[in-house]
Design a protein around this ligand. Structure first.
Ligand SMILES: *[C@@H]1O[C@H](CO)[C@@H](O)[C@H](O)[C@H]1NC(C)=O
Length: 178
């Protein structure tokens, strides 16, 4: 899964670099997407390490979520600084989000859901995970909203449907932990 998503992303970025001259800022957004993808996979690996990774693995969760949030916040700033995206760039970026980032986030959240009752019986720790998840949801919402605003109007609906799917997964996981 992780290998596949990484190679897929590389293919997207290679395809984008051959697609024609891209603005420097679009290349930055694409680099941001690559680091977001790396952080999503790192969070997924951490959660897949349960329950073997035990308390140590669990205690790393909020920090790992914060790293992903920081990568998303950088992406949001760069999208806003880039301004309107053309059809080709917006499609490349949306495809990377839809095919690489969104599925791994959904799987990761579903796994967290599944292990919640086993690992998170410490109320204080559970609250810190919920708070980290809420911050992460805010970051990813802002990221997809910035993308929706920068994309041509024919791609807005697609961006919003990604946002709704991600939000639904977060809501479900936060509800399971709360
Ligand atoms: C997620 O929860 C928020 C806050 O309760 C709500 O506004 C939003 O509509 C929910 N989104 C989905 C997709 O369920």
């Amino acid at each position: 899964m992780v290998q596949f998503t990484r190679s897929f992303l590389s293919l997207c970025l290679i395809a984008a670099s051959f697609a024609g001259p891209t603005k420097r800022t679009v290349a930055q957004v694409e680099a941001d997407i690559a680091s977001i993808s790396t952080q999503v996979n790192a969070l997924d690996d951490l959660i897949e390490g349960f329950p073997a990774s035990g308390i140590l693995g669990a205690s790393a969760l909020p920090a790992e979520m914060a790293l992903l949030g920081a990568a998303l916040n950088t992406g949001t700033s760069d999208i806003k600084a880039t301004g309107p995206l053309d059809e080709a760039d917006a499609t490349t970026i949306l495809n990377a989000v839809q095919q690489v980032i969104q599925p791994v986030i959904s799987v990761t959240l579903a796994q967290l859901n599944g292990i919640a009752s086993h690992l998170l019986d410490d109320a204080e720790f559970k609250a810190s995970v919920v708070s980290a998840l809420q911050n992460l949801q805010t970051s990813i919402d802002a990221f997809v909203a910035a993308l929706a605003a920068a994309a041509p109007v024919d791609l807005t609906a697609e961006a919003i449907s990604i946002q709704i799917a991600i939000d639904a997964a977060f809501n479900k996981t936060i509800a399971a932990l709360s």
